[in-house]
Design a protein. Sequence first.
Length: 639
Amino acid sequence: MLDKETKKRINDLRNILVGKIPNPESQVQQITTGLIYKFMHDIDQESVSMGGLPSFFTGEFEIYSWDKLMDSQLGGVKKVALYSEAVEKMYTNPNAPKFFREIFKNSFLPFKDPITLGMFLKEINKFHYSHSEKLGDAFEYLLSFLDSQGDAGQFRTPRHIIDFIVAVVSPSKSDSILDPACGTGGFLISSYKHILEKNTAKNRGDLITANERKELNNNVNGYDISPEMTRLSLVNLYLHSFSNPKIFEYDTLSRELLWDQYFDVILANPPFFSPKGGIKPHSRFSVKSSKAEVLFVDYILEHLRPGGKAGIIVPEGIISRPGNAYKNLRGRLINESLIGIISLPNGIFEPYSGVKTSILFLDKTINSNSDFIFFGEIKNDGYALSKQRTPIDKNDLPTVQSDILKLLNNEESNLLKIKKTTLLQKSDYSLNKAIYDNKSVLNNLYPLVKLGNEELFEVVAGGTPKSTESTFWDGDINWISLADLPQDDLITNIYDSKRKITEEGLSKSSARLLPINTVIVSTRATIGRIAINKIPLSTNQGFKNIIIKNHSKLNYKFLALMITELKEDMEKLATGTTFKEISKTNFLELEIPLPSLNIQEQIVNDIESMQRGISEKILQIETLKAGIATKVKSAWDSF
């Protein structure tokens, strides 16, 4: 646990630098360089105090020793020159281990102000090297200030989400572990802490022998394309007792040097982006794709040993996006290693991104011995799903973690289980929970049909003519938007529209004229409003419009009523950041029950009767309210 004094020192260092270096990432880089410089001195001093010789500041590098840097006789300008020269040259120090040299690679002092540097070094001097948990926690706190690396599709993974994934995957002390896009090493540190906790009798990790600890050090591996992230990850592991961290600056997508290395456990939140610039994926991936998330998941599948397991954060495209690359990857996951999917809430990566993500849990052994995949959902993770991410009381993580562990131990669990054969029957092998979880209780009464059933339905999207073309607007064709559908109605019957378009506007947009009694469903921004048109009209692009092709099998009012029950499922299927929207592919996967036409009509009649009863009750209530008001007024009128 980070103590208040150490936390204050980190905050003081950032406050000292902020006037010269406003960027949080650059602040972290400078503090990291200063700390390692000081720790090299501490290690030398320890060696000398035990009768040995200094290791780092000898020969031509003796002039850069911390004692000389902190000498009160050294002027401010000379101190700036000495420190600046030291951090730039330390990469070439032959006496330093390779990973220490890597930490100083491309280091430099971005300012020349003697007062700022003096204050900075004075604060750094208060830290002293040790392998204590306190120092590791201090560095993790420092790393929490890192900003988004959005151009490379990288977003810092929240610590509690990392710990949740690691707890479920549960690496052991003998497992070889990899994070192929390790960033600052969060998954690797969490794995190390988890292993220590699992092997504790009295003191943390006391059941791990010296040889096992050495093996554990050698078994933890990380790759990252960014030299800055590699440097930070090296320091992070070093301050958590890894004497020689195995962190490599490595482009997992383009390079093949480490392709033949395989691991027992892989944990990752790989970047989500389309490779560009100097990143050109090589040809050894089994799935051909231009998307980094597809290639990284394929890489993880390829590099798991027999019996290997993994936890991967992926964007929604991996779960349900159409296309051969996504479909082939999902098929391979289902057949080879996938055991479960946990959906995460949209705002979990705020303030960096609102991207919708899920966690894939892989285990080759369990997959081969099981015929189902589990599905779960995190709605709240203990923090507000907003830019501020302030703590809240609601937190589903402990319950979902408990449910997963129960299920893996063959105990009763609240998680949804879907057979692998059912998943593979879908045309695109979709892994979207909402498709399989929708109103399954009705399946025992009536058969379910998809909205994509071409014998019954034709689903068409709306469209919007260009607003700048005056000849497209103010015509005779009714054209609706959400403004035409009130929020409080179950189903709206539409007899007119607020705006109208011309024949030319209709022909130049992707909209079409819909026949009367089309079921109109809002599927963008505001999800799940439903209308039935009583006049021919067209809609904007925020709607999916269901035209019934076979009225002898389906009543349009029944269809509209059944769609009202799918609102929650539609919201789950919707993706996007600025505006959430359901893709046509996902919309067509939605299912409704299909009883006989007679039963449909009876259900509609019953519901309409109930609605009339509600209307009558509302009228009675309003009449009684008016009566009360009249009585009260009559008492006042007597005066």
